[in-house]
Structure formats: structure tokens, C-alpha cells
Design a protein around this ligand. Structure first.
Ligand code: F6P
Length: 559
């Protein structure tokens, strides 16, 4: 058995025996993967001139070329069988009707309800959630319009010129990504800032040039119990109160949360709170009231367009057949590359400056969802789950880490995302940008051989350094233009691709217990760091020494 098989199954103890004949959908795929490693993309394209046409999909304004994955028609057929084996259709139906798809927290995950059109009906536990969603959307639209039109004024009567969203994780990454993505459509006479890090620098630098009379804080937290957010919100409140007095809070602070009691305890009038619900996961919350800052930036109409784009992709995901279904096929490519071919990570490279926060947003969406080691029923998983997602805007990456993508010893499948039209046409910038999308996918797939280099007259000693093995997978995702609607569809596309992957991994894609232990330990350590306190309690010897050294350093003079 070859070493790479260990990656396929992630269970080294079983690696000493010869593999048994495949008996399951996973087994058939593993056998097929062993065969397919013997071929490469060059030969697959040479043998099938129509391949680029064949392995593409179009839906909701997107054109996905997935032909540069190491797949054949048989691969797709086997992956489709796997979706049946794993009950994808059943689980998808469960999610859309509000069933419990997050068993460890006993909750539905109903982000699809956030973008259902007004008048649609979805009753969960006796409540029409679509009606609740539109009730909040209307309040958000009213508030956003008043801020944008200068009717919601600060305590001195001045219109709002700065909006500061305070939140972290899903209460920051989504709104920030969407604000940046839709900046072209945003108001330019209002400044938008996003404070997430508990490092005081984040807040201090964000507020440095702002006038409190013109500044509105949106404190965004599903639980309203997140230490970073509450610490930042308290300091922001002090900054405001110090300059304008306690009574200013009412006109300068609003909250977005599921927890009215904590909002009121913090000192924000629940009348200035925009509600959402337990059934919206943090990383799936951008299109709930958590998107309030985005709505203020682009206006209610464009925000609703984004929701319409997501809804259209939801309907496509719900109704399109397995192999004609964009999120399903993207999810299947991810599982194929990760579990069956053993590639540990995925790069997401947007070729659009406005999408520069997309990789950070997708890191939470993908890894907080599928970075799990137990199945839905609590058993240890027997094969790898979520890959590591990362990325940067494409052309910047090309002049840095793409070296490893082309010639490194690990293979990193990439998603390259581009648009046919620039929102800021400037000379031939856009054609240059897009030529890079096509060229990178080509170079990754087909590389350059030693024979080709020699024929080009490359000096023999350089040849080995310049060989590009190729055979490195990519998806290319194209759309016409980055509009709010297209962004909405893109978000839903990735959300559902993550759902497909989670279903095949058999994990709970909607919980995040892994982030809790660190929070708990930090809460117990923080009192020990105060030099006037009792000092460190006994920990393991490494942690104790680190804390002691920190306390010593912070009370020392500069050398
Ligand atoms: O710690 C992780 C997490 O719970 C994320 O899942 C969530 O998006 C983030 O913290 C922020 O949580 P909240 O919106 O409750 O402040």
C-alpha cells in the first residue's frame, strides 16, 4: 500500500494490510482515486478535446469551470453515489424546513430563511420565521434610511458621519467582507469602521480621527456575552461618555443581538436593538441584522438585492440535480481533493480587489463549520474532515506564495474567482487582471516539462529548477460583475458547498465547541496578569514561566 493512502483514510493503523475490495461508496471512490493518481491533467485534456466544455456548470450568474480537477466522468458518478449514500438530499431538505441539523446544540440552522421573500411561509415551532425576518428587515431599513438621510442624529443634533461596528467572528467578518465587497455601491460621505480585536490598538486607531458627535456604534453580538466585543463596547462607551456625557449613549449606540436582557444590562435601550435568532449561526449571520452596517452603507434596496441573490442560489441548491448543482459540485470537488486525493488545504484567490476580505470570511465559514473530529452521532471520524482554507487577492499572491503553489511539494487546490466587467474600468487593467486568472489555472494544470524547457533553449543546469510539474487542481468561478445580487449568490454558494462537505464528512457543521476551552482558560488567567494581584496560580511549568516572565517584563523599565 502506498503512503498516500494513509492520507486518504487518515487512519495509519489500518495501513499495514492490503486494501479490501471496495464495499461502500467511500471504498469505491478510494479505489478509483488510486487509479486516477496514475493519470494527469495533461493526458486527460489531450484525450478529451471537449473536456473544458464538458466539466463546467452555469447557474445564478456564475460559470464554474471545474475541468482542471483530476476527475473523470466516473469520478463524478461515484461522487454522486456518495451523496446518495450520505443522505445529502434528506439532510438538505431537513435544513430548509427548519429541522434540527445542529444536534449538539439541538438547533436548526435556518440562514436560508433570512433571504426568503416576504409572504413566503416557513413555520418552525409554531412561528412563521419569514414574517419575523421581514419584521426585523423593515426596522433595519427604516433605521438605515434615517441614518443615511441625516434624520437619525447624534445627541448634539449633528448627522451621523461615522459608523463603527463592534463585533468579532461572524459578527465582524461577514459585515466587514460585505461592506468591502460592496463599497462601490456604498455612501462615500459616511465612514465605516470595524473593530474586532480586543487589542486596544484596534479601537484606539479606529476612533483616533472620529468626532463622537457624529459617530454611531453598532454593537453586534449574537450572545452579547463575547469578552472581546463587550470589552471594546465598554471602552467605546467610555470614549463617548467622557466627551458627551451619559445621555449621549441612547443616540450613539445600537445593538444587534439575540439577547435583549444582556443588551439592556449593558445600557443600550432594547428599543434600539435589532433582533435575530438562535437558529442563525454566527458565521451564517451576515444577512440577518448583523448586516446592519452593510445596510447603512449600501442602502436597503441593495441589501435586499444581496438577499435575493442568496435566495436564488438557495433555490438552485434545493432543486437542481446533483451533478448540475453548483454548490454540490463545488462541495464534491473539495471532498475529492481533500479526502480522496489527500490535499490538506484549499486556496481561495479572488481576482477582485473588492473581495479582499473574502478569504478571511471563508476561513471562519469553512473551518469553524467543518473542522471537527467526531461525527454527528459523536463517534470519532475515520477520514479527514475540513481542509485548511486560506487566500489573498490573486495577483498579489502570484508575487509571493504562488511559488509554492506551482513548485512546492504539497498540492493546494485553488478557487480562482473573477468577473468579466470591472466596476472601475481603467485602461486595460481589467484584461491584464483576468489574463492572470486564465494563465494561473493553465500553469497550475499543465506546468512545463523538462523537454519543453530544453526545446526553448534553457541551459541544462537551470532545467530542473524551472520544471513545473503541473497537475495541480483549480476551479475557476466567473461572473459578469460584482453586484450585490452576485455577492449574495456567491455567499450562498460557499455556505451550501460547506454544507455538502459537512454532510459527506458526517459532522455537525453548525456548532463550534472547539473555540470554548481557550476562552475559558483565558478568563481564568486574566486576573493572574494584574501585577498588583496575587500572581500566577500553578499551571503547567511552561504556562507558569510565561506568565511570570510577562509580569516581570511589564513592570520593567525600557533598557
Ligand atoms: O468564539 C467563536 C464565536 O462564537 C463565533 O462562532 C461567533 O461568530 C463569534 O464567536 C462571535 O460571537 P457573538 O456574535 O456571540 O459575539
Amino acid at each position: 500500500m502506498r503512503t498516500s493512502d494513509a492520507l486518504v483514510w487518515g487512519v495509519t493503523t489500518k495501513m499495514t494490510t492490503t486494501p479490501q475490495p471496495p464495499s461502500t461508496a467511500w471504498g469505491s471512490l478510494a479505489a478509483h482515486a488510486r487509479e486516477i493518481r496514475e493519470v494527469d491533467l495533461r493526458s486527460l485534456f489531450a484525450d478529451d478535446p471537449g473536456r473544458g466544455e464538458r466539466f463546467h456548470l452555469e447557474a445564478e450568474g456564475f460559470y464554474l469551470d471545474f475541468s482542471k480537477n483530476l476527475i473523470t466522468r466516473e469520478t463524478l458518478a461515484l461522487l454522486a453515489q456518495l451523496t446518495d449514500h450520505c443522505g445529502l438530499a434528506r439532510r438538505r431538505e431537513l435544513m430548509f424546513r427548519g429541522g434540527v441539523v445542529n444536534p449538539s446544540e439541538n438547533r436548526p440552522a435556518l440562514h436560508v430563511a433570512l433571504r426568503m421573500p416576504k409572504g413566503a411561509l416557513l413555520v418552525v415551532n409554531g412561528v412563521d420565521v419569514v414574517e419575523s425576518v421581514h419584521g426585523v428587515l423593515e426596522r433595519m431599513a427604516d433605521f438605515a434610511t434615517r441614518v443615511r438621510e441625516g434624520q437619525w442624529r447624534g445627541c448634539t443634533g449633528q448627522p451621523i458621519k461615522n459608523v463603527v461596528n463592534i463585533g468579532i467572528g461572524g459578527s465582524d467578518l461577514g459585515p466587514k467582507m460585505a461592506y468591502e465587497a460592496l463599497r462601490y455601491f456604498s455612501r462615500r460621505d459616511i465612514t465605516f469602521r470595524f473593530v474586532s480585536n480586543v487589542d486596544g490598538t484596534d479601537l484606539v486607531e479606529s476612533l483616533r480621527d472620529l468626532r463622537p458627535e457624529e459617530t454611531l456604534f453598532i454593537v453586534s453580538s449574537k450572545t452579547f456575552g463575547t469578552l472581546e466585543t463587550l470589552t471594546n463596547a465598554t471602552s467605546a462607551r467610555n470614549w463617548l461618555v467622557d466627551q458627551l456625557g451619559e445621555s449621549a449613549v441612547e443616540r450613539h449606540f445600537v445593538a444587534v443581538s439575540t439577547n435583549a436582557a444582556r443588551v439592556s444590562e449593558f445600557g443600550i435601550d432594547p428599543a434600539n436593538m435589532f433582533e435575530f435568532w438562535d437558529w442563525v449561526g454566527g458565521r451564517y449571520s451576515l444577512e440577518s441584522a448583523i448586516g446592519l452596517s452593510t445596510m447603512v452603507a449600501v442602502g436597503p434596496e441593495q441589501f435586499m438585492e444581496m438577499l435575493a441573490g442568496s435566495h436564488a442560489m438557495d433555490q438552485h441548491f434545493l432543486n437542481a440535480p446533483t451533478l448540475g448543482n453548483l454548490p454540490v459540485v463545488m462541495g464534491l470537488m473539495a471532498v475529492w481533493n481533500h479526502v480522496l486525493l489527500g490535499h490538506p488545504s484549499v486556496g481561495v484567490m479572488p481576482y477582485d480587489q473588492y473581495l479582499h476580505r473574502l478569504p478571511a470570511y471563508l476561513q471562519q465559514l469553512t473551518m469553524e463549520s467543518n473542522g471537527k473530529s467526531v461525527t454527528l452521532s459523536g463517534e470519532s471520524v475515520v477520514r479527514p474532515t475540513g481542509p485548511i482554507y486560506w487566500g489573498e487577492p490573486g495577483t498579489n499572491g502570484q508575487h509571493s506564495f504562488y511559488q509554492l503553489l506551482h513548485q512546492g511539494t504539497v498540492t493546494v487546490p485553488v478557487d480562482l474567482i473573477g468577473f468579466a466587467k470591472s466596476l472601475n474600468p481603467l485602461g486595460n487593467h481589467h484584461d491584464i487582471l483576468m489574463s492572470n486568472v486564465f494563465a494561473q489555472a493553465q500553469a497550475l494544470a499543465f506546468g512545463r516539462t523538462a523537454a519543453e524547457l530544453t526545446e526553448m533553449g534553457v541551459a541544462p543546469h537551470e532545467v530542473p529548477h524551472r520544471v513545473m510539474t503541473g497537475n495541480r487542481p483549480s476551479n475557476v468561478l466567473l461572473a459578469r460583475e460584482l453586484t450585490p445580487r452576485v455577492l449574495g449568490s456567491l455567499i450562498a454558494l460557499y455556505e451550501h458547498s460547506v454544507f455538502v462537505q459537512g454532510t459527506l464528512y458526517d459532522v455537525d457543521s453548525f456548532d463550534q465547541w472547539g473555540v470554548e476551552l481557550g476562552k475559558e482558560l483565558a478568563a481564568s488567567i486574566v486576573p493572574e496578569l494584574d501585577s498588583s494581584g496575587e500572581g500566577p496560580r500553578p499551571h503547567d511549568s511552561s504556562t507558569t514561566s510565561l506568565i511570570a516572565h510577562y509580569i516581570k517584563l511589564k513592570s520593567s523599565e525600557a533598557p
